[in-house]
Design a protein around this ligand. Sequence first.
Ligand code: NDP
Length: 570
Amino acid sequence: MSRPRHPDSYYDDIKRKFAEERDLRLSYRPEGTQQFTSEFDGELAKYGVDPYSGPVEPREAINDTVEVLFIGGGFSALLTSARLREKGVESIRIVERGADVGGTWYWNRYPGAACDVVSYDYLPLLDETGYVPKHHYSRAPEIFAYCQMIAKRYNLYDLAVFQTTVTSTVWNEGEQMWHIDTDRGDHMRARFVICANGTLSKPKLSRIAGMDTFKGHSFHTSRWDYEYTGANLEKLKDKVVGIIGTGATAVQAVPGLGENAKELYVFQRTPSSIDVRDDWPTDQEWAAKLKPGWQAKRRARALADPQLTDEQKARFAAETREEKIRRQERGNIDYMMRIHERIDATVKDKATADALKPWYMFMCKRPCFHNDYLPTFNLPSVHLVDTHGKGITQITEKGPVFDGKQYELDLLIYATGFEVQKTGIYNRIVGRGGVDLEDKYRDGIRTLLGIHTQGFPNLFIMGGYQASFQFNLTDMLQTQGDHIAACVDYVRSNGLKTIDPTSDAEEWWVNEVIMHRGKTGRNQECTPGYYNFEGESQRRQDGNYNGGFKQYFEHQGAVRARMRENFAFG
Ligand code: NDP
């Protein structure tokens, strides 16, 4: 049954409140993305250290040549490698900062870490590996182990180099090769380089006055110190713990912390929307009946047009653009109000319940799904410190201060997120004629499909800007991996050496991106967050391609159908 329609004024009032809450946050932080730092020097250096690996073992510097080199060893590299192997590429090297493959699933081992995309869609290569996930939503350790399984299956450990950070990637025109230097003194060469450094890989911290003076223990969620907390958080039973941030990571970590810490303070700036997490163990009978190619069929569905009845089609066709936007907007507001109702029904203390209510449009921030997060606030030892948009701006040697109150903590956890979709993180990329990619992008990102950028031959970018963005990121990465493998194969099988997009092709794509980004005022209307560059303006082409996932996929195919027009080959 559809819910009763509300009068226009109901939606207008809520939109007004959304705007007030957004403006409040923008007024606190006009500096936008500059409020964060991911350059961890001096006292902050400890936040970048890998707590999961042993000490870095000395090794000889590597000086050799491979055919394909991946910067980063997460899903981008793994699923693209599988496609490259299918095309007969033997010489593949992953260079990875962590001590193993896995990317985000190597780093994010905080308690409760899991993926809230359905596992049968999220985990790539299930047809190829024959693996069936254990649950509808996979937990982090299972996903990490699955990454290792893929790496073994495709012999990716043979040439892989871990605990190594690529520091520069420079094109050598004479050799038609990339020269890659690392922080371990390596000097490698590669015909093709694939930037697979992930969309959210470099942890960032809010710049908070006095944070370096805190005398207790502290770490970022992606560098969880189990030595301190105990494997099951048992060492926290006599500890007062604080967590800064209430995004998707904190939502998963807070229940375990609340259950185990002596006291837990959750410092909130903007609440997340928390919906039901409908999880279950995989039905083994269902799994046993899966036919070969079952995952490919699910993926094809993600790319298919929605199945509409004739009546629905007629109704949508009759709508004006404005009506369509209004209908979607109202649906989104109804959803957010259901999220509010769920909070009221779960959280006993009214003031806490009110403070946990998100006041922004659905999808302005990553929606979260959890069954234990909200009930955690009913525990007497768990305290929500709602800063109402302001955030923590001061930390002393004892802990955070808010509204003149000092919170004395033993442990402070930063759940403050990651640097977003930056190509060449930690790494300087220099293409033809000595052009630095950062300089090329200074007035705006320029790519073809978010994958190629002119003047940087044989370089491919995965998960970066100007590509489509999907709730299930691996769906998008899979299309990119397939496209890249096809391009590499084209070069190899035609006896060519290089592939570089033409300026026309690049110009066409930049314009496509701009055209679709300007379609709605959503970015400006949303509360600040990493989806909208914390409210910064003038970023019209520096975001994702908003023309739709299916269209993005079709554009990839169309570009490949006219290789000689879209690329210059050497
Ligand atoms: P986010 O960037 O989403 O969240 C950072 C949080 O820190 C926000 O709540 C932010 O508040 C808050 N914050 C920043 N500075 C301060 C401050 N000074 N005082 C108080 N609060 C502060 O990072 P996450 O690590 O939570 O998530 C990143 C992304 O990782 C997710 O969006 C999602 O894409 C992915 N992820 C996916 C999961 C999955 O299940 N698939 C699970 C976990 C993460 P504000 O909102 O006001 O900026």
